[in-house]
Design a protein around this ligand. Structure first.
Ligand SMILES: Nc1nc(=O)c2c([nH]1)NC[C@@H]1CN(c3ccc(C(=O)N[C@@H](CCC(=O)O)C(=O)O)cc3)CN21
Ligand SMILES: CC(C)C(=O)C(=O)O
Length: 284
């Protein structure tokens, strides 16, 4: 495969200016990251959707900083040439700035991420600014912010009214002003995403936000139907059915072991004939 130039935050801004779509996908371990890199993805996000799709929780709230560090390390080993963003988990950036920066430091120094992502708008702009001032690139995330699911009252589309839409635009601008180099727009209308994308100089990365965003992001397990993810949501397109491939592969293995057709002679190791003959008592 052709070697690509390493991606930078400056290059992402140029891609927006040039109208070149930016591709993000989540990944959480070595093989998924390696495959994403080989497939030519621009950016890998070690999202806290980890909690849902890999750890089996029913929300992202139980995910810890340790979880993200551990998985980010594995992703970096699998995709050493890809720009990797690590999610700041629930409650890891709402205490003191010192506490927040300690968490950011762990994601960068132990996880080897190149950037971090935080959910929230104008109310966290000062935090985004402090992280940026420490030399760490930040991705914002507005619209549906799953860490606030209990406040929002569900995984609902955001920004449908004109007041909400104006607030989300103001949030996006506050994040840009605070130094964010990209903003994820999650589950907002296509119209609002188009408006925000036009008003910002930094790229917008949409998930359930329509085609006018500067880039797109999907959860690995959703687009590949890998594992126990529920029926695909409206904003997901299924590109492969890895879960079915895995299930049928294991089912065939089970069936062949039960039938004693695996392992076959070609999978087995053998002694020299004389040694075998000796052991079987054919000693004369
Ligand atoms: N597997 C997975 N994929 C994701 O995209 C994802 C996660 N997990 N976990 C963290 C958040 C939660 N997300 C979600 C979860 C549910 C809906 C959902 O059910 N949406 C409805 C629309 C709701 C409405 O009409 O307002 C849908 O049908 O798409 C959307 C995003 C996105 N993120
Ligand atoms: C869905 C994406 C944007 C995310 O935040 C995650 O994977 O946690």
């Amino acid at each position: 495969m052709e070697k690509r130039k390493p991606l930078t935050t400056a290059r992402l801004k140029k891609m927006k200016q040039a109208g070149e779509p930016i591709t993000f996908v989540t990944a959480y371990d070595y093989p998924s990251a390696k495959l994403a890199e080989e497939a030519g993805i621009d950016v890998i996000l070690v999202g806290d959707s980890l909690g849902n799709v890999v750890l089996g929780y029913d929300s992202t709230l139980p995910v810890t900083l340790d979880d993200i560090v551990y998985h980010t390390r594995a992703v970096v080993r699998g995709a050493a040439s890809t720009f990797i963003v690590a999610d700041m988990p629930f409650m890891s950036y709402h205490g003191s700035i010192d506490h927040t920066l300690q968490g950011v430091a762990r994601l960068m120094q132990e996880g080897h991420a190149k950037a971090v992502k935080l959910e929230g708008g104008a109310e966290i702009a000062h935090t985004v600014e402090a992280i940026t001032n420490a030399g760490v690139p930040v991705v914002g995330h507005i619209g549906l912010t799953p860490q606030a699911v209990h406040q929002i009252g569900g995984y609902l589309i955001q920004g449908k009214s004109s007041e909400q839409a104006q607030k989300l635009l103001a949030d996006a601008k506050a994040l840009e002003q605070a130094g964010a180099f990209a903003i994820v727009l999650e589950l907002v209308t296509e119209e609002l995403a188009a408006w925000i994308s036009k008003e910002l100089t930094i790229p917008t990365i949409g998930i359930g936000a329509g085609a006018s965003c500067d880039g797109q992001v999907l959860v690995f397990h959703d687009l590949l139907q890998y594992g126990s993810a529920p029926a695909p949501r409206k904003f997901v397109k299924v590109y492969a059915n890895v879960g079915e491939t895995i299930r049928s592969g294991i089912a065939q293995y089970v069936q062949e072991v039960k039938a004693r057709s695996f392992p076959g002679p070609e999978h087995s190791f053998h002694m020299d004939d004389e040694v075998a003959a000796y052991l079987y008592g054919d000693k004369e």
